[in-house]
Design a protein around this ligand. Structure first.
Ligand SMILES: C[S@@+](CC[C@H](N)C(=O)[O-])C[C@H]1O[C@@H](n2cnc3c(N)ncnc32)[C@H](O)[C@@H]1O
Length: 339
């Protein structure tokens, strides 16, 4: 998830939450590449160790899966829904126009592009809510009872995403705070820097919310653990439970070279959270928005089984080599994770 600016008129009339969830996909909806994506899920696009990658729209893919076949989910969806549409991706790849921009370089280093959303209006926000309702409805049958679902978000839209997911049946289990210094916020008013030198429009953001949910249990936690192997989170050690604040450096240039996806999340963080979603270390972790396969790489590093789904062929291709490279990437010792 990336930088988002909301431009909501303060006096706009109140609207009902998530008006009508139209099931017809639009370009800004869930299925940016659905026309081009194979609907046969018999064979994965690639297999790397215990990781299987599918080139598909995740909504279609989930609809074709066996019931109760996934024990945990860690994923980083496209929150604006437009930035990964084919037309916006073409603009990004051509380096011209669209919602993607290069943030200013203060230290001489070229920064990774981030999507710019100058306006996300009420209709966009309704579409976002609808998308996550449909997404959760498709995910629910695939999960075993007690499966944890961790979804990367952004402080500006996380309330909508969380509400839509809960309304569709998952229980909210809090948030994991990824403490990371971002380039979001902290600016003075646009075109009035000199007039208001002591004002910042939004706080400089130093964290990223990862929303945590669980499919309702089958009995008590202990029953669910015995039957399904899920229901809790894996501890770091007998003395140290999994905790909901994780210090994290921004994704490092060395890691970006291994997987040049514009929304690459770092292995140091992913290894911790992927480890936690399988409380007994058994089962399969799903990433329905796999991108470069970074969640699958973390699962590989941990020795977990994993499945990724990616709708964009360029990123699916990238993931095939990136999963191995990210799996073998040695994170700097200060942020190393335990297996
Ligand atoms: C925010 S990126 C995830 C990047 C990932 N965190 C990484 O480290 O590489 C979201 C990804 O979801 C893909 N995507 C968007 N809509 C999708 C859909 N309906 N089904 C499957 N993948 C989708 C996009 O092409 C994009 O690569």
């Amino acid at each position: 998830m990336h930088e988002l600016k909301l431009d909501l008129a303060p006096m706009s009339p109140p609207r009902r939450f998530a008006a009508t969830c139209d099931s017809t996909p639009t370009e800004t909806d869930s299925s940016p590449e659905s026309a081009a994506v194979s609907t046969s899920f018999a064979e994965p696009f690639a297999v790397v160790g215990n990781a299987a990658l599918y080139h598909a729209d995740c909504l279609d893919w989930m609809a074709a899966q066996p019931l109760a076949s996934i024990q945990g989910v860690v994923t980083d969806p496209p929150y604006g829904l437009v930035e990964y549409s084919p037309s916006q991706q073409e603009k990004l790849r051509n380096g011209r126009g669209g919602v993607w921009r290069l943030p200013p370089s203060f230290d001489g280093h070229r920064r990774a592009p981030v999507p710019r959303f100058t306006t996300l209006g009420r209709d966009d926000l309704d579409r976002l809510s609808c998308f996550f309702s449909r997404w959760t409805a498709a995910l629910m049958p695939v999960l075993v009872p007690g499966a944890h679902v961790l979804v990367a978000s952004n402080p500006l839209v996380s309330h909508l995403v969380a509400n839509a997911i809960c309304m569709a049946g998952l229980e909210r289990r809090g948030e994991v705070v990824r403490l990371v210094m971002t380039m979001r916020g902290g600016d003075r008013p646009k075109n009035a820097h000199h007039e208001f030198p002591d004002v910042t429009v939004m706080p400089r953001s130093g964290w990223e919310p990862w929303l945590l949910f669980r499919k309702p249990l089958d009995g008590r936690v202990q029953d669910n653990l015995r039957i399904w192997g899920t229901g809790g989170l894996r501890r770091h050690s007998p003395e140290r439970p999994f905790a909901d604040v994780i210090k994290s450096a921004p994704t490092q240039p060395a890691e970006r070279q291994l997987a040049p996806h514009p929304s690459l999340k770092p292995q140091s963080f992913l290894r911790e959270v992927v480890r936690a979603v399988l409380p007994l270390g058994e089962g399969t972790v799903l990433d329905p928005f796999a991108g470069s396969g970074s969640t699958l790489a973390a699962a590989e590093w941990l020795g977990y089984r994993s499945i990724g789904v990616e709708s964009d062929m360029t990123y699916a291709d990238m993931a095939v080599s990136a999963i191995k490279r990210l799996r073998d990437y040695e994170v700097p010792s200060s942020s190393a994770s335990s297996r």
